[in-house]
Write a protein that binds this ligand. Structure first.
Ligand SMILES: [Zn+2]
Length: 645
């Protein structure tokens, strides 16, 4: 400490008195005195203390006095510890900080021989008894804060129970500007249909991101108090998970807890019996059971982040993990079993085996996404059209499904489940009364309750199905139209259609094929189509339809391959090669190729000129993936590759 003993013992500097003034407000509305008022007040007191020239350092801050990690507080401590200052003046101790740390500051001042004055708390270190005063002041400020918090909580609680304490305005409801209580709010008729469709889509497997994009495409505004002008996954989630949609307002779901070290607060989930619940049936968009069911479905789906692990081997079935163009991430490589990924540089719509992209598969054939969609969808539709007895099969299957679709079996299943879950709930409630690991028991109880709600919902659904009159039988034409429409939408990147199409075409495998004369390697797709999903969507109950497999060329066959059989068999039909070639618009060279190809097919005894390759072919093959030093063949594990299984 640099104290000049030959000077007046009370001043640290010969020319001026060094003074720190501390002023703080929490928010402008909350404090009666502004920062400037506080500073003026302290200056006035300073004038009473000394008439010497002064050097004033002002520390102003705007934050809670409970926070101990404020920059201004650090700054003040550093200044005090430097020992250069004669005074620290503040309106009251709480302006510096709260709780026992205020006492620490006082003691730091004592060590540094700096005189601390907190005017309203009657603390002046030059006077006796300042220590006691500072204890009382710290205690009083803490108690005052606590009392104020409790008072605010009480009045808010009271207001809430009488329908007030409204949240900030959000989308889906009207009347926010004038409403004092929730009885003055009303549902937005324009939002009603959208909210219903949102829940239907979520139940069908849509993600929040998908709903957000759909809302943005429709140009739905985000709501009066949203800063963002676009819907996001989070904002959709907040909307969907708000229980007001089933006519319930909840308050006190979270409590704030002080972290004593920093004085900051953290929100924690309050015990359920402390929640305040208010029923607002006029604001409900859904029945409670249906709402709980959809929330249950969504929570189950998102339980393990992304897709459930054990859903199905065909992991893209139903739920897209993220937004991809069909059939990316759905189709698989016939060689290694890995899924097909987007490949190529930005802007190119190409796809390739993901195994090959990672040097784990030699099938590096690229396919064009747009053409692939066109070819596969065209081939499947043709196949449905060609089936002459298709209409009959559809009719038979639907009749059969209707007979088999005896709901009594399912009803008994859910009734058994309900009894079991009810017992669980009773037992767990008893266990909680007895004591033990309460948080764990409460967690289990919540789980059991949720399962009970879901089973009850399913049982109600079955009961209403039993009451319903059967829908009219669709004919094959309806089915064809549905599939065609779905496919058209998929090409336009519609997520819902994409999900339905993944169910209609559950398995799609891409193989490299080589022409039997060894000229070119191309890609063929083997597509399994299963019309159960489409038929079920039409009939409104689960119908089991026959599934079929079609092979689709993902390339255009050259004319000589196309007409190989016709040109190879001209003699048998008494025609000439020249005339036939001319009629087909082919050159003589091409006709010769065609005839050679046909002979080759005869030698090999095959009907189909393209053959599957199970090894990287030597000719007609540009891919050299397997020559790369990093290459190591590794088929898809834990997931039986189609066919290779
Ligand atoms: Zn592969």
């Amino acid at each position: 400490m640099r104290r000049n003993n030959h000077q007046s013992p009370s001043w640290k500097h010969s020319d001026r008195v060094w003074v720190i003034i501390v002023a703080r407000i929490s928010t402008e509305k909350q404090d009666e005195r502004s920062l400037d008022d506080q500073i003026a007040y302290c200056r006035k007191r300073l004038e009473e203390l000394t008439d010497r020239p002064v050097k004033i350092h002002v520390i102003k801050s705007q934050d809670s006095g409970e926070y101990l990690d404020r920059v201004e507080l650090r700054q003040l401590e550093d200044l005090i510890e430097s020992g250069d200052w004669d005074f620290v003046i503040t309106e009251d101790l709480g302006r510096i900080c709260r709780r026992s740390h205020a006492l620490t500051i006082c003691e730091m001042c004592e060590d540094a021989e700096t005189r601390l004055i907190a005017i309203n708390d009657h603390i002046d270190m030059a006077e006796e008894g300042w220590r006691l005063c500072s204890y009382f002041a710290a205690f009083r400020h803490e108690q005052y804060n606590r009392d104020t918090a409790l008072r605010i909580q009480r009045s808010q609680k009271n207001r809430f129970l009488n329908g007030g304490a409204l949240p900030r305005p959000f989308w889906g409801y009207l009347g926010w500007d004038k409403a004092k209580t929730d009885s003055e709010l009303r549902k937005d008729p324009e939002a009603e249909e959208l909210i219903r469709e949102t829940f239907r889509r979520l139940d069908d497997g849509a993600s929040f991101a998908e709903i957000a994009d759909w809302f943005n495409d429709l140009g739905i505004p985000t709501g009066p108090s949203c800063r963002r002008k676009k819907w996001t996954t989070m904002s959709i989630q907040r909307l969907v998970r708000n229980p007001i949609l089933k006519g319930i307002r909840i308050r006190n779901r979270l409590v704030s807890k002080r972290i004593n070290k920093t004085g900051r607060r953290r929100a924690e989930l309050a015990p359920q019996d402390e929640w305040l619940v208010r029923e607002v049936p006029h604001l409900a968009y859904f029945e409670s059971a249906y709402y709980d069911h959809v929330i249950h479905v969504v929570s189950e789906r998102n339980k393990n982040i992304g897709r459930p692990a054990n859903r199905d081997r065909l992991s893209r079935l139903g739920v897209p993990r993220k937004r991809t163009t069909w059939p990316l991430q759905h189709a698989r490589c016939g060689i290694c079993g890995h899924t097909i990924w987007k490949a190529g540089t930005h802007g190119e719509r190409l796809a390739c085996c993901s195994g090959a992209l990672q040097y784990r598969c030699w099938n590096g054939m690229m396919i064009q996404v747009d053409n692939t969609q066109k070819w596969i969808l065209g081939a499947v539709l043709d196949r449905i059209r060609q089936c002459t007895d298709f209409a009959k099969v559809v009719r038979e299957r639907i009749e059969q499904a209707r007979k088999e679709n005896d709901l009594s079996e399912q009803r008994r299943l859910y009734e058994r489940q309900i009894t079991r879950h009810q017992n669980e709930v009773t037992n767990l409630t008893d266990a909680i009364v007895v004591g033990g690991d309460i948080p764990e028991l409460v967690r289990q109880l919540q789980k059991a309750r949720s399962a009970l709600n879901e089973a009850t919902y399913q049982l109600d659904r079955i009961k209403s199905q039993e009451r319903e009159a059967p829908r009219a039988l669709p004919d094959a034409e309806c089915l064809y139209q549905l599939v065609e429409e779905t496919m058209r939408l998929v090409v336009n990147e519609d997520d819902q259609a994409s999900r339905l199409l993944c169910r209609i075409l559950p398995r799609m495998t891409l193989y490299p094929v080589i022409l039997c004369d060894g000229r070119a390697v191309e890609v063929q797709a083997e597509v399994e189509f299963d019309l159960s999903a489409a038929a079920s969507a039409l009939v409104g109950m689960s119908v089991d339809m026959p599934s079929e497999v079609v092979t689709v060329d993902l390339f255009d066959r050259p004319p000589y391959v196309e007409h190989a059989e016709r040109l190879g068999t001209v003699e048998q039909r008494g025609e000439t090669v020249v005339a036939t070639a001319k009629a087909l618009g082919m050159s003589l060279t091409m006709a010769a190729w065609a005839r050679r190809l046909y002979r080759r097919m005869q030698e090999l005894g095959i009907q189909e000129p393209y053959m599957r390759v199970d090894m990287p072919p030597a000719r007609g093959w540009r891919c050299r993936r397997h020559k790369h030093p990093r290459y190591h063949f590794e088929p898809q594990k834990n997931d039986v590759p189609p066919e290779a299984a």
